[in-house]
Design a protein around this ligand. Structure first.
Ligand code: FES
Length: 365
């Protein structure tokens, strides 16, 4: 719980114990609010996305009016998961016995139920969840006692306003499985210390010395680092830069802001690219990661958009491949009974800050 310069890292068993992961699911992921990606994952028309949060299959549904809602992905008859993947649909039909739901969650069809006593379809709509959107991100809560989303996020929107995050458009989404604990994956994304040793020939040269993290009022961490131009391209592709975010001014026109929406979502935004990682713990040492990259809308009108976008994706994928290799080694070392807590450099303040946040949450019964 000490400041970074005086703190030790989390005990190694926090990264390898099933009991600790169970505690995190209960006290971190089933409480508070969680960013689950971008609102434009669901197209403007009637559409759905099946997702998972804290071991719970969930549905995001957009109706014909454009309203976005979230529900448990579980039939109210005998519990079957209703949908998988993403797509468009006008209603949801359970694959088991055919109960049918509207995109606002109402049960609109239930065959052969006429003789069931006191059965009213309006009592058996899909179970709704709390949902909010901010700056193009979708937030869900499984927690009826969580504060309102604006309280949870505090000054998040104001601090990120220069980047007009709500105007960024998704260009690519992909999923990978990382061979490490979910926290390790997000920690490496949020520290500058490893850049020279893990990314010496790819992205280390992109980053200068970062600013200290800002003091913020929401459940997030953030840190800005200035550098020349975009952080979204390797040096050899500098001539393929996308149009910059129009609203950027002053020092923000060269640099990158890294932000960690606790617990399980982190993103970075540079002059022309927003990229993000959502983690879903699968086991203490395995994590599903959903990665999304967004550009300013003007980028999609470029005649050579595909070639330019490919250069950005090459840079993102290269950095992740380099990180995954070292994360597998970190997981192996931390899983040993001989592993011990370590100390932090001045380039890891938000790893220490996340440890403090987590320690406060898991010890708050
Ligand atoms: Fe869905 Fe029976 S479980 S209709």
């Amino acid at each position: 719980m000490r400041p970074a310069e005086a703190a030790e890292s989390l005990p190694p068993r926090c990264y390898s114990s099933q009991d600790f992961l169970d505690l995190e699911i209960e006290r971190l992921f089933r409480r508070g609010w969680h960013c689950v990606g971008r609102a434009d994952r669901l197209s403007d028309g009637e559409s759905y996305a099946a997702i998972e949060l804290a071991g719970c299959p969930l549905l995001l549904l957009r109706d014909a009016d454009g309203t976005l809602r979230a529900f448990a992905n579980s039939c109210r008859h005998r519990g079957t998961r209703l949908l998988d993947g993403d797509g468009s649909c006008r209603r949801i039909v359970c694959p088991f016995h055919g109960w049918t739901y509207a995109l606002d969650g109402r049960l609109i069809g239930a065959p052969e139920m006429e003789e069931t006593l006191d059965f009213l379809k309006e009592d058996y709509g899909l179970l709704p969840l709390r949902l909010g959107t901010r700056d193009g991100f979708v937030f869900l809560s499984l927690d009826a006692d969580a504060p309102e989303l604006e309280v949870w996020l505090g000054d998040f929107s104001a601090l990120h306003a220069p980047w007009s995050l709500g105007d960024m458009v998704t260009a690519r989404r992909r999923e990978i499985e990382a061979p490490c604990n979910w926290k390790l994956y997000l920690e490496v994304f949020n520290e500058y210390y490893h850049l020279r040793s893990v990314h010496p020939r790819s992205i280390a040269g992109l980053f200068d010395r970062p600013d200290p993290p800002e003091a913020v009022t929401g459940q997030y961490l953030t840190q800005f680092g200035s550098h020349e131009g975009t952080a979204g391209l390797l040096d050899r592709h500098r001539d393929l830069a996308m149009p910059a975010i129009e609203s950027l001014a002053g020092r923000n026109r060269g640099g990158t802001r890294y932000t960690w929406l606790m617990p399980g979502f982190a993103f970075a935004v540079t002059t022309d690219l927003l990229w993000m990682h959502q983690v879903t713990p699968l086991a203490p040492d395995r994590t599903k990661v959903t990665m999304t990259a967004c550009f300013p809308s003007a980028a999609f009108d470029l005649p050579d958009y595909e070639a330019r976008a490919a250069a950005y994706f090459e840079r993102l994928d290269l950095a992740i491949a380099e990180d995954l290799a070292v994360l597998a080694e970190q997981q192996a070392g931390l899983s040993s009974p001989l592993a011990r807590p370590g100390r932090f450099s001045r380039l890891e303040p938000n790893v220490a800050a996340f440890g403090r946040w987590l320690a406060g949450r898991v010890s708050d019964g």
